[in-house]
Write a protein that binds this ligand. Structure first.
Ligand code: HEM
Length: 552
């Protein structure tokens, strides 16, 4: 009960009491004693004040001291900090600059009627996602997520509720389980051969971004659809036009997802007008992905219905053949399958490809790190065969390089937003129900309290003295790779395998050098996002026997 409700209830009680004693009964023909009306008002007012005070003390005593919101810029009435949001692009740099200027590791801005809380402190981040995990486990309702998930039919983008539970269970038990991971190992292995052949065929200068993004796109397409190409592909093993369009569509979706669209914070604008043009861009990007995927999904459903397909060979078969509790009807509708596949695509391609591109760029500038990585591969794998997934547990230095790239160069400025389902007090601050919590990935990974020399790429910092396994997760959130809690990444094993395998292959297969006439790779972030400002182009010289690149 709020203090206002309590005071109202008490006020009613007083009126009842006064009426019962005929003090206020105006229609009482014979009052037992007469009180002047001014005296009645004064008495009533004083009583109300006392009771209001009592109610406040009661609420204070019940809830503890009232807490303030986290620090932040003063909001305007109604619109909050939307005017500043519109003036300061990109939004993530504006938010980080404010936090730096204020010397605060938690910040609150109000966008329309939504409190947006940004966090760069590992301790506070853990408090949000561990201690208060149940409260902060929902996702925002917003245009970009609604379009991408086709009305919240998926997992990652779907607010807390029964549908999210169902989809999360499907992923955990049928799509990303350890058994399924092993089942799909052969498909991932085929992409290993394709990647080294493609880089080898470039014959020198290689666009590393293109290679890493298409490797990830190829792996997940292969696991889901059982085939690599949507179109014909290229002679040299590179992506065809269709694949380029598919992967570009995925990255455009990622770019606009949760990208501070004004109408998301002003409910009456939602679905009325495309103020910042985001809706048009998102719809087009989604279409450029689904136009390749959806016909294949429809065709496969038809094959199962007609009985022309009999064996499950890939994840699409698995999703189609899942049955409900009775075992009689499909568990997932065609629309759910289509939307979930879009989400699996966007969940897979960005993090590993970006981490490996940055790691390689950093390592070319520090050749001793590349030497150490090659030495590890030569010791663990040798030079007579390509690295395999079974080698990965023994490649701690390679894993440290990937982990260091996740720490220093995360692909996204913020974690996927978490939304609170009730009021909470975190780190001594009041966080109202419905707040959007954005954990800053660079803010955590570069926090000088958590890391020495935080801006330097130093993989060794992750090696453990006892030589034990390096992993890419971080339960203490000193860096945000896969996050933690009930909304933590569902694809840790697959994501780690892909990222480490990609790094290991590129280092084992090639000597990486600066392009001619370049003295150093420029390690500069783009202004608008956290990608390397220009795609990494470097010289790749094969270091293994030719038949390993061009088998058969
Ligand atoms: C290196 C690769 C990857 C990284 C760094 C990564 C990171 C993340 C992060 C930071 C989140 C948000 C966690 C949160 O909200 O607190 C997330 C969620 C998620 N990830 Fe990943 N991810 C990776 C690969 C994958 C892969 C390969 C898949 C599946 C194919 C996947 C599926 C998901 C799903 C389904 C969620 C949403 C979980 C939920 O909301 O319940 N991820 N991931």
């Amino acid at each position: 009960m709020t203090s206002l409700a309590i005071s109202q209830a008490l006020l009613l009680k007083i009126i009842e009491f006064l009426e019962a004693n005929s003090i206020l009964a105006s229609n009482n023909p014979k009052p037992s004693f007469k009180i002047p009306s001014i005296a009645i008002s004064t008495t009533l007012l004083s009583l109300c004040s006392i009771l209001l005070l009592a109610a406040r003390i009661f609420v204070f005593w019940k809830k503890g001291s009232p807490h303030a919101l986290p620090p932040g810029p003063k909001p305007w009435p109604i619109v909050g900090n939307l005017p500043e949001l519109l003036r300061n692009k990109p939004t993530f740099r504006w938010i980080h600059k404010m936090m730096e200027d204020m010397g605060s590791e938690i910040l609150c801005i109000r966008l329309g009627n939504v409190h947006v809380i940004s966090v760069t402190s590992p301790e506070i981040a853990v408090e949000f996602l561990k201690k208060h995990d149940a409260v902060f486990s929902s996702r925002p309702i917003c245009l970009s997520a609604e379009l991408t998930s086709n009305g919240y039919l998926t997992t990652a983008l779907t607010p807390l509720g029964e549908h999210w539970k169902k989809m999360r269970r499907v992923l955990a038990t049928s799509v990303l389980s350890p058994m399924r991971h092993r089942w799909l190992a052969g498909k991932r292995a085929e992409e290993v051969d394709h990647l080294v052949r493609y880089v080898f065929n470039q014959g020198g200068l290689v666009n590393v971004r293109e290679a890493t993004q298409h490797y990830c796109g190829n792996v997940i397409r292969k696991m889901i659809f059982g085939k690599r190409f949507f179109g014909e592909g290229r002679e040299d093993g590179g992506p065809g036009v269709e694949e380029q369009e598919h992967v570009n569509g995925i990255f455009t979706i990622l770019d606009y997802l949760y990208s501070f669209c004004v109408s998301d914070y002003v409910p009456f604008l939602r679905w009325r007008m495309d103020l910042d043009g985001h809706e048009r861009i998102m719809r087009r990007a989604i279409q450029s992905v689904t136009k390749y995927q959806d016909p294949k999904i429809d065709e496969r459903i038809r094959q199962w219905n007609e009985g022309t397909r009999k064996e499950q060979e890939d994840l699409l078969d698995v999703l189609i053949m899942l049955k409900d509790k009775d075992g009689s009807s499909p568990l997932l509708s065609p629309d759910e399958i289509k939307a979930q596949i879009v989400e699996l695509m966007i969940a897979t391609v960005d993090n590993p490809s970006n981490a490996v591109e940055w790691a390689l760029a950093e390592m070319i500038n520090q050749p001793e790190t590349l030497e150490r990585a090659k030495k590890e591969l030569d010791q663990v794998v040798g030079k007579d065969r390509l690295v395999q997934e079974s080698d990965l547990p023994n490649l701690n230095y390679i894993k440290s390089c990937v982990r260091e790239a996740f720490r220093l160069h995360p692909i996204a400025p913020f974690n996927v937003p978490h939304v609170s389902v009730s009021d909470a007090t975190v780190a001594g601050y009041f966080i109202p129900k419905g707040s959007h919590v954005l954990l800053s990935r660079p803010g955590l990974g570069r926090n000088p309290r958590a890391w020495t020399d935080p801006l330097r790429f130093r993989p060794e910092r992750h090696l453990k003295e006892d030589g034990s396994d390096v992993v890419l997760t971080d339960p203490d959130l000193r860096m945000l790779s896969f996050s933690i809690g009930r909304r933590g990444c569902a694809g840790v094993t697959l994501g780690s395998t892909m990222a480490v395998m990609l790094m290991a292959l590129l280092v084992q297969g090639f000597n990486w050098e600066l392009p001619p006439n370049v003295s150093e790779i420029e390690l500069k972030e783009s202004d608008g996002d956290l990608f390397l400002s220009k795609p990494l182009v470097a010289l790749a010289r094969p270091r293994l026997a030719e038949d390993l690149y061009l088998p058969g």
